[in-house]
Ligand binder design. Structure first.
Ligand code: SF4
Length: 393
C-alpha cells in the first residue's frame, strides 16, 4: 500500500511509504512481523494513487508535490515474495519526479529493479547491516542475504553512482561489538561509502513479556539482557561517538552533533520532509555556546515548505499525533496544520516526538506572549533526563 509515512515524522526524508506484503526475511527482531504477522499490500492501489489526476487526499498531495517514497518500512522490497512487484513499482516510479528511498537487506531481483529504474538518479539505497558475522546474520535474519553479500552490493551500488547508506539498525553490543563496527567503518571508507546510521535495538520489558519463547530464543538472552539493563542504550551512544569521530556522515535520532547526512540526502532526493536535525544546525549556527530558543524559530526552520503551511482536513495531521502518543492525541482533537502539530511537539513533553527529549534542549520557566514554552539550547549534551532540571531564566 502507498501510505503517508507517519512514523518517519521529523526523522526521515520520505513522506510516503510503499510496503509490500509480509516480509519473508524472517528477522528475529522485526517489529513489523511481531506486531502483525500477516500483512497484505496492493501494488495496484499504489499505482492507481501515483497516476491519479486530482489530489483528493493528503497522501495524493504528497505524491503530487514530489515527496520521496520509502520502499519499504514494513517489508523488504527484495525479500523473495516482494522482488517481482518491486521491479514493477520501480518501472512506474521511474516516470515520476518523486525520489525513492530504498530500505533493504538486498536480495533477488535487484538487477531487474535497477534496470526498471531506467536511469532515475534521485534514489538513495539504505542497506541494513546488523552484524559483520555471516553466521550470526543467518541466525538473526535467516532468509536475507548474509552481511558480506549486502556489503558487496553496497559497494557495487556506490560504484554505479548511487548514494548508499549503511544502517546498523538495530544495533546491540552483542551483534555489532565495537571491533566489528570499526571493521565496518574501515570497509566503508575503502569502498567510498560515507553515510552511516546507528539506532539501538529497542526492546522494552513489556514487549519481551509478550514474545513467544521461540522469538526470545532467536533474539538471544544476551541481546535481550543488554536492552533491558540499559547497556545497549549506552553502547549505542558510544557507537555514535565513534562514528562521528571517524568523519563519516552519521544519522542517529537525537544526536548532539552537526552532520551533513540529511543535507546529502536532500541533494540527491530533491524535495524532502524536514528533520529535527535542520533545527539543531540552526541552533549551532545561532547559539554556538547555548541560548534561549523560541517556537517561532523552530517553526520557521521546519515549515519552510508549502505542505507545512497549509490546512489539511481529514485526520491526517492527528494521525501523526496518535502514532506518537495517545495522551497528546486525545487532548488535541482539532489539529489540521503541521504548524499546530509542531506547537504540540514544542510544548508537550509527554509526546514521543517532543523536542524536550533531545539531549541538547532544556525546558525553562518562561513562555512567549502566545503561551509557547521558551526552551534552552545547551550546546553540550545532557543524556540523563534526571539531570535536565528546568532552567530558571
Ligand atoms: S527485512 Fe525488515 S521487514 Fe523484513 S523481516 Fe527483516 S526487519 Fe522485518
Amino acid at each position: 500500500m502507498l501510505e503517508t509515512f507517519i512514523g518517519g515524522y521529523l526523522f526521515h526524508p520520505a513522506a510516503l511509504d510503499y510496503s509490500g506484503p509480509t516480509c519473508t526475511n524472517g528477522c528475529v527482531y522485526c517489529f513489523a512481523n511481531i506486531n502483525k504477522s500477516e500483512r497484505k499490500a496492493s501494488l495496484k492501489q499504489a499505482i492507481t494513487c501515483l497516476y491519479k489526476k486530482e489530489a483528493t487526499t493528503y497522501r495524493d498531495l504528497l505524491v503530487k508535490l514530489g515527496y520521496p517514497i520509502c520502499v519499504s518500512n514494513r517489508s523488504d522490497p527484495f525479500s523473495r515474495n516482494n522482488a517481482r512487484e518491486t521491479a514493477q513499482l520501480f518501472s512506474c516510479l521511474s516516470e515520476f519526479s518523486n525520489g525513492i528511498f530504498i530500505q533493504t537487506k538486498c536480495g533477488p531481483g535487484m538487477d531487474e529493479a535497477i534496470v526498471a529504474l531506467n536511469g532515475k538518479s534521485n534514489v538513495v539505497w539504505y542497506i541494513t547491516v546488523t552484524t559483520m558475522r555471516d553466521d550470526l546474520s543467518k541466525q538473526i535474519e535467516p532468509f536475507a542475504p548474509a552481511s558480506s553479500e549486502r556489503l558487496a552490493w553496497a559497494k557495487k551500488l556506490h560504484d554505479m553512482g548511487y548514494l548508499v547508506v549503511i544502517a546498523v539498525n538495530p544495533c546491540t553490543d552483542i551483534w555489532m561489538p565495537m571491533s566489528d563496527l570499526q571493521d565496518l567503518m574501515r570497509y566503508m571508507k575503502g569502498a567510498g561509502l560515507n553515510h552511516l546510521v546507528v539506532e539501538m535495538l529497542d526492546l522494552k520489558a513489556k514487549r519481551v513479556q509478550k514474545m513467544s519463547e521461540r522469538t526470545k530464543a532467536n533474539i538471544g538472552n544476551a541481546a535481550i539482557d543488554s536492552c533491558l539493563s540499559g547497556r545497549c542504550r549506552l553502547y549505542v551512544r558510544e557507537c555514535m561517538d565513534e562514528i562521528h569521530g571517524s568523519g563519516l556522515a552519521l544519522a542517529k535520532k537525537g544526536m548532539p552533533y552537526r552532520s551533513e547526512f540529511f543535507n546529502d540526502l536532500k541533494r540527491v532526493l530533491g524535495v524532502t520532509m524536514p528533520v529535527f536535525q535542520d533545527f539543531i544546525h540552526y541552533c549551532f549556527d545561532r547559539y554556538a555556546t547555548g541560548g534561549p530558543i523560541t517556537f517561532d524559530e523552530f517553526a520557521s526552520v521546519i515549515t519552510d515548505d508549502r505542505i507545512f503551511k497549509m490546512t489539511v482536513r481529514q485526520n491526517n495531521i492527528r494521525d501523526y499525533l496518535l502514532r506518537a502518543g495517545f495522551l497528546s492525541w486525545k487532548d488535541n482533537q482539532q489539529v489540521h496544520t503541521h504548524r499546530d502539530l509542531l506547537r504540540i511537539i514544542w510544548n508537550d513533553s509527554r509526546h514521543r516526538l517532543s523536542i524536550h527529549n533531545h539531549c541538547l534542549i532544556r525546558s525553562t520557566n518562561r513562555q512567549d506572549p502566545e503561551g509557547n514554552a521558551i526552551l534552552w539550547f545547551t550546546a553540550t549534551p545532557i543524556f540523563d533526563k534526571k539531570r535536565k532540571e528546568v532552567m530558571q531564566l
